[in-house]
Write a protein that binds this ligand. Sequence first.
Ligand code: NOJ
Length: 496
Amino acid sequence: MCWLQTVVICFVVGAVVGGRDFPPNFKFGTATAAYQVEGAWNISDKSPSIWDSYVRRHPEKIKDMSSGDVACDSYNQWKKDVEIASDLGLDFYRFSIAWTRLMPSGFPNTVSEDGKKFYNDLIDGLLEKGIEPVVTLYHWDLPQSLQDLGGWANPLVSDWFADYARVVFSLFGDRVKTWITLNEPLIFCEIVYNTALHAPGILSVGVGNYLCNKHAMIAHAKAWRIYDEEFRPKYKGKVSLSNQILWLESETESDEEITEISRQFMVGMFSHPIFTKEGGWPPVIEKIIAEKSKKEGLSKSRLPPFTQEEKDFVKGTFDFYGFNYYTSRIVKKAKEGERIGPWPFAGASDLDIHLTVRPEWKHAATSWFYICPEGLRRQLAWLKEQYGDIEILITENGYASYDGGVDDQDRVQYYKEHLEQVLLAIEDGVNVSGYTAWTLIDNFEWSDGYRSKFGLYQIDFEDPLRKRTPRASAHYYASVIKSRSIDVDNKLTDEL
Ligand code: NOJ
């Protein structure tokens, strides 16, 4: 980098650190997910989800052999969650509904009174404090009874999900105005079937993942259309899905083409069907998978095609783009014998690439997590370039540490650097409407168990009441929200 570029970058960063503000209508939130926080896994008429079963069948797959059986006990302690959300000054709180708590059979013939009450109380509690509830319908906890019928590999799953969505919209749509249908199909399809490292622990490389991807796109579209036709006229809310995206950058100029193809696998797979005028899979990945399938002696592509009718049904089913950002990767063509590299990734078995990270990207407390704040701004620009000038809501961003202490200056730094990139993206002209910190409280981090901590608030997992204590990052985030600026104090104070 030449000295002039360095001066320009320092000037721009300096201007941001110097205290530039977020637009007045920009919203700040935090997020959690049902299995990660609620606990009460078998209370009342709740049925087991695939995570309830998985942690029982495969305790060894969770690094500390733990489970979400009790987690943060938010099922009982939800009032404390609302209280701390209010202390932070949040505009919104994103949480997910456990399908098995609300509809124990998986089907709409059973709607649990207890489940209804729990989510009604939580929603009303938030609204009383002036916090908008943002609700995810599916954050990876499929009813085990539906998994027994094939789960996301069965095309009928889109109808099961649509029925569930209708129940949720009809119960809570009068008060919930922002909905996320599916959280991260990249993880619950690609990572699940390509690695079996998450529930339901089924390995089906290059087959199950693509079946799941297609059924997820149709399921999302059905839910969006149900909302659009039956609920939007009276409730006037917004619906989309949340995609986790790793920003991908090429190692050298000659890797540019393969990097762009990789982005289509990573992002296009879950966006092209919904956010483009043509709809359907990105043509480049359709071609690659079809050719590979043919070479393998298959009569059909492993990537199930969309019919024209399905393409038309799925495209346009969004009101904003939900984007979860954590980390980035460098892409290069794989040499003989090289493996893809650090997860997560989509279409891994069909791409001959090798992923690395830059030496200066610090490692956070989980295998896949390397810190690259600039990736957030670059990915936002790419989304705008690909899908047009649409509203983008950052539905997750946050930092993992092994250290559970409260003076978490590394997390403060992570938030500051990433919020700075959001400000720069807004300045670039990207329509970012809000930011969600992952996560409100330390919680069950899937296969990491409770080893990696993402919380603004520390949870004492030894305490039956799961005491919540604010970290320095909570103070920092509260000050950002209050001042609408990132250049604020990050000291621990007794304000919260
Ligand atoms: C994204 C997922 O939505 C969330 O459940 C998870 O805890 C975070 N990533 C951190 O890994």
